[in-house]
Ligand binder design. Sequence first.
Ligand SMILES: Nc1ncnc2c1ncn2[C@@H]1O[C@H](COP(=O)(O)OP(=O)(O)OP(=O)(O)O)[C@@H](O)[C@H]1O
Ligand SMILES: [Mg+2]
Length: 253
Amino acid sequence: MATLEIRDLHVSVQTEDGPKEILKGVDLSIKSGETHAIMGPNGSGKSTLAYSVAGHPKYTVTSGTITLDGADVLAMSVDERARAGLFLAMQYPVEVPGVTVSNFLRTAKTAIDGEAPKLRTWVKDVKGAMANLRMDPAFAERDVNAGFSGGEKKRHEILQLELLKPSIAVLDETDSGLDVDALRIVSEGVNRAQAENGTGILLITHYTRILNYIAPDFVHVFVDGRVAEQGGPELAAQLEAEGYDRFTAAQQA
Ligand SMILES: Nc1ncnc2c1ncn2[C@@H]1O[C@H](COP(=O)(O)OP(=O)(O)OP(=O)(O)O)[C@@H](O)[C@H]1O
Ligand SMILES: [Mg+2]
């Protein structure tokens, strides 16, 4: 069992006019096997939260805590966080020319496990995971995300999720830009990772459609740098019908 606890998290970014506070007291707790959805308006700070958990240097934590099973995540480097069991599927996956998918996955797996995976089972695992995600085996020899379509990049994020087996995964708009078949295939990949490894999932999304495939236990409404309301799956349907007016109006008042 793993528990990621975010307590009263405040995060700033450096701007030309000095530091600007983006996260204004986030409280969130995710356990193994749970699925949490975060929905909220553009610019409310959802990706900032995802990057802050992963340890992106652009974001400065000014107060609050993030712990994984009691261990201080904020004291860890990015790779220590990955080794501790945290995973981020980025909203905009980066291209890494010169590094093949196959090389990247094996290097990541070796770094996270502390030893190289056994070649025979590893090759089988990669092939199996790619087949599950309906990825052409040719992708293994292409450079990471270089020239991948938007949807292909998202599948590659979930391929990593399936192979690296994190205890807690943050998926930032993994559903954006996927065609209807890809949405189902990627969702099945997330559900498999959860069923097989007990991964706790924090799913950032704008759309309820993915939530038909990946059933959330909890839905959090994220507005202006904090969680404005929490509920069950019914909250997602309500947001889809009513939008964020009642939250943003409260914020302006
Ligand atoms: N360097 C910067 N200067 C000024 N504002 C910044 C800077 N970096 C980030 N921000 C602001 O931080 C806010 C939060 O951005 P973030 O990407 O976390 O939003 P989001 O909730 O993920 O939005 P979306 O739904 O569009 O993905 C935005 O308003 C963004 O413009
Ligand atoms: Mg975002």
